[in-house]
Structures are given as C-alpha cells and as structure tokens.
Design a protein. Structure first.
Length: 300
C-alpha cells in the first residue's frame, strides 16, 4: 500500500523535453510506489513553483521538489504560510543543491529518491522575514555581491566553481559597511564585509565551519566577517575545520539567536538561498520545526 495518498511533483520545465523525460523516468517509478495519486507540475517561468504550492499544497500529503536551491526556495514560500502543510521531499536537480546536502540526501537522483522514501520524517526549522521564508541562509555584503557578480557564462561552464571565481573578483572592491544587528534582546553595532544568517549548514556545496549548526534547534547561526582579505576568504570559501580557525577569530564572529533585526546605513542587497530577492532593513524569526521533510535514515 502506498504511504501517501496524494502527492505533487514539481520540476523545472526549462531543462528541455528530453532532459525532463529522462529525469522523470528515473524518479517517477520510485515515487509511484509510495504515492497513490501523483500530480506532475512543470514550471515554465519564475514563481510558478510558488503558485503551485500555494494553490495545491493543503490538498497534498506530500510535495516533491525536483530542482535546485532556487526551486526549493520558491516552494517553501508557497507552502510556508499554509495552515495544513504537507511533508516535503527534495530531489537534487540544480547547481549546488545545498539544502538537500544539509539533509544528507544523495546527489544521484535515483539514490536520492530511494533513500528518501526509505528514510524518516525530519522536523526542519524555517526562517520567516517580512518578505517570505528561507531555509538555508540570508546574507548581505560579500555573499550578496558575489551572487550579483556571477558571470552567466562561467556558471554554465563551471557550475559551483563560478561562485568561487565571483567571490575572488568581488573582494577586490569590497569595502566594510556599517550595520546594527539585534540578536534576541542584544544589539550589536559594528562594521563588516559580510553578515550571514544561516539555518542550513552548507553554502556553495561547502560545510560551514561550525559543526554544531542544526536545522531543528530553533536557532539561527550568525556569522560576521569584519575584514576583507584574500587569505580570510580562501579560508572561508574552503570551509576548513573549526579547529583551524584560531588565527582568524578576530575577523570572524559567531552568534546564535531566535530572532534578528538588521539595519544598514545604506540600503543593501540581500542574498536569500542563493539569489538576490530583497533589500535591508529586515526582521527575521526562526520558526521551530515549521516544515516536515523526508531525509535518509541516520547512518549507524
């Protein structure tokens, strides 16, 4: 007997018909063993995925997202405001697939589908802003400038490496900015080249340098990089182990909080889950276990 009565699979229609047929041919036979009624919805333009989730989400027992971090971001913004939210399954189909990696999902599509439906349901925090929701991260400064400076040709040719190339280009012109940041009841006033608020623990396929980041603890992890240097950015972008970071502690600050309010002297672009969607100022609240997601079983 199928585990879920009604399900919806959302996939990116811009990949081309042959690629879509091949991709669906890999995962749909596996999904159909576990979902009795499956609605297939193809996106053709931005916000399609969000609209589909908002329209059909409460009628579904499970929503399966086949796509990259941008598609996942759209879907959780369609589902986040619903009273009755379905279980979510993420099948990796993008450049970095960061949140699927955070959940420990295999990056091979067939293995991912098999692992998820043989796996467990994982309570997952979401972050709510004045403009919607995010799962992975919210950032200003270097991270947002890097996203805006990515060369489309490089991204097509080099995939995730394009983010590294853009970061090294961006830092040449990066100047510190003034910010005010309220973490729960405490205000911080300082200068930085980047403020990163993370719910997930992987950015650009690399693990953030603090092993205690959790997606179900009701807390965000806040990273502030104060100074721009090639050596520091190399350390950050290669995400070395926490024990190797002693010599740059003065340049990197780390906090945890449930609610955040950030203001900048000048309006700044915000990178949310890998795309620039909004501007400062912003208020962010962590919603504990707001979503239920499929994840592979814990390894013994």
């Amino acid at each position: 007997m199928a585990k879920y009565k009604k399900g919806m699979l959302i996939y990116n229609g811009n990949a081309g018909q042959k690629d879509a047929e091949k991709t669906l041919g890999v995962c749909v036979p596996i999904i159909s063993l576990h979902v009795e009624q499956l609605l297939l919805l193809q996106t053709s333009k931005p916000l399609d995925a969000q609209k589909y989730c908002r329209k059909h989400g409460e009628d579904m027992d499970i929503v399966i997202i086949l796509g990259g971090d941008g598609t996942v971001h759209e879907c959780i913004n369609g589902l986040g405001g619903l009273i009755q939210r379905p279980v979510i399954a993420i099948l990796p189909g993008g450049t970095c697939n960061d949140f699927s990696r955070t959940l420990g999902i295999p990056q091979n599509l067939k293995k991912a589908a098999e692992a998820l439906f043989a796996g467990k349901i994982q309570g997952t925090d979401a972050a709510e802003t004045s403009r919607g929701y995010f799962l992975n991260f919210w950032g200003i400064g270097l991270v947002a400038e890097t996203s805006e400076n990515i060369n489309d040709t490089e991204k097509a040719l080099f995939g995730k490496v394009s983010y590294f190339l853009s970061a090294f280009r961006t830092i040449k012109s990066m100047k510190p900015f003034h910010f005010k940041l309220k973490l729960d009841d405490t205000w911080i006033k300082d200068e930085a080249i980047m403020v990163l608020i993370a719910n997930g623990k992987i950015i650009g396929t690399n693990v953030l340098p603090y092993p205690d980041i959790k997606i179900d603890d009701g807390l965000a992890d806040i990273f502030i990089i104060k100074e721009a240097s090639f050596s520091l950015i190399k350390e950050v972008m290669t995400m070395k182990d926490n024990i190797e970071w002693d010599h740059i502690d003065s340049q990197l600050m780390h906090y945890q909080a449930r609610s955040m309010q950030i203001e900048t002297k000048e309006e700044m672009s915000v990178d949310t889950d890998g795309e620039v969607y909004s501007k400062t100022p912003e208020t962010i609240t962590i919603l504990h276990n707001h979503f239920q997601m499929l994840a592979p079983k814990d390894e013994k």
